[in-house]
Write a protein that binds this ligand. Structure first.
Ligand code: ZN
Length: 432
């Protein structure tokens, strides 16, 4: 179902016209209401009147996470503090958290964006949605509640940690949809298999976010649970979950470009990349009242396409994330994203998606070790079989990432499961 056909399938030129009007308005607002932006714009010698169209976006200054922290807690608000109805604070030491404020209208738009997301994942008012995100991990889950309310779906908040209880409730209440991190959903899937509950639930769809995951992992979840799984993009500084989501075609995530204007830049030169090339995603919030951000550098690496999707939506699509600029590892001079290693592990089979990447430096030389749990079927296998599996993984890794890695196979369930973002990379090199 398409929640807001007028906006999601709008003619491309019409959408650009709307974006231009909204961009001009937001630039004026921040110039007059946020001293930080006025100073930044004055420093580079531009005024709101210099922004005639989308091609002028490049003239505007960037915003970074450090800028939000430096203006802690209310420095970037574009409305009087009294107009804010919700604050979300995330990460950082006390006094240096990232605080984002929302007006009533911002909350309304957030709900709309989440309703679009849930509808894109195949939900409607018939559905019962189980919320399996840990409280505190995911400040933005209230946005999901608001979206489900608009859709008319029922939500069951679940305390995380007790997976068996979650699975029992799922069966008893006829839960049809779930929201969770992808790694926690795999943990739920494993528990369901162990209890023989996989074919017995009414679960049909999942929205997953809050940590990067690969297309192979998405297919694995779909295969294991016989459901469809959707990738939901969230960026707490922009608007928690509800910035973008992939539709049933799974050919990239549709960005709600009537609210968030996307650009892709080269993170080194800060210039736009050629059409279709990979770079850092930069977003400008063009409808936000409380904390509008100009050209926010997300640190997430992706590429964008403006082609109309087979689902009918004209909203631009960003490719599944390679990872964050910050997550990219440079090992012996080679750039590697953990997601590339995960893809190899999942393609080969025999292993589970539970793995760790350990980077170290021995005698001034970087070393890479990949530890991965093997599947239950493999564990009883002979030593010989295990050795050849490890050898195969090593060979394919070398082909794919160009690095020799030590591969260590672990017993099933030996890596601690986390409700929060899974810790996949351990870098012992002391590079700072
Ligand atoms: Zn689509």
């Amino acid at each position: 179902m398409i929640w807001d056909k007028a906006m999601e399938c709008m003619d491309r030129e019409e959408l650009q016209g709307l974006q231009r009007k909204r961009l001009q308005k937001i630039v004026k607002r921040v110039y007059h209401n946020v001293p930080f932006y006025r100073r930044k714009m004055q420093n580079i010698g531009i005024e709101p009147e210099d922004i005639h169209g989308l091609e002028d976006l490049e003239k505007l200054p960037f915003t970074t996470k450090a800028d939000i922290r430096d203006n802690y807690p209310f420095g970037l608000l574009a409305v009087p503090r009294q107009n804010i109805v919700r604050f979300h604070a995330s990460g950082g030491k006390p006094g240096k958290a990232t605080v984002v404020g929302y007006t009533g209208q911002d909350m309304e738009i957030w709900g709309e964006c989440m309703a679009r997301t849930l509808a894109m994942a195949g939900m409607d008012r018939e559905d019962i949605l189980q919320m399996a995100y840990g409280y505190g991990v995911f400040a933005g889950e209230t946005g999901i509640y608001h979206g489900a309310e608009k859709l008319g779906a029922a939500v069951i908040p679940m305390p995380t940690g007790n997976v068996k209880r979650l699975v029992t409730m799922m069966e008893d209440m006829g839960v049809t949809a779930i929201a969770s991190t992808p790694s926690y959903l795999l943990h739920i899937a494993q528990t369901m298999e162990e209890c023989g509950k996989v074919g017995k639930s009414r679960l049909k769809t999942a929205v997953c976010g809050a940590e990067p995951w690969t297309e192979s992992m998405r297919r694995q979840i779909e295969g294991q649970l016989h459901i469809r799984a959707h990738d939901m993009y969230e960026m707490s500084e922009i608007m928690g979950p509800g910035v973008a989501c992939d539709c049933e075609c799974h050919q990239g995530l549709h960005v709600y470009a009537d609210h968030f204007l996307p650009e892709i830049i080269n993170p080194d030169t800060l210039r736009p990349v050629a059409a279709g090339s990979t770079g850092e995603l930069v977003l400008t919030t063009i409808t936000k009242e409380g904390l509008p951000l100009l050209r926010y550098r997300t640190r997430d690496m992706t590429a964008i396409t403006y082609e109309t999707c087979a689902c009918g939506r004209t909203l631009p699509r960003i490719r599944r994330f390679m990872g964050r600029c910050d997550d990219m590892l440079i090992i012996r001079g080679v750039s590697v994203f953990p997601s590339q290693i995960e893809s190899v592990l999942l393609e080969i089979g025999g292993t589970t998606p539970h793995y760790r990447i350990i980077v170290d430096r021995v005698n001034h030389l970087d070393t890479l070790e990949v530890q991965v749990e093997i599947g239950d079927g493999f564990f009883s296998d002979e030593i010989k079989g295990l050795e050849s599996l490890a050898g195969e993984i090593g060979r394919v890794l070398q082909q794919e990432i160009g690095l020799l890695a030590k591969v260590k196979l672990l017993e099933p369930r030996s890596i601690v499961r986390s409700v929060e973002k899974a810790v996949r990379v351990i870098d012992n090199r002391n590079l700072t």
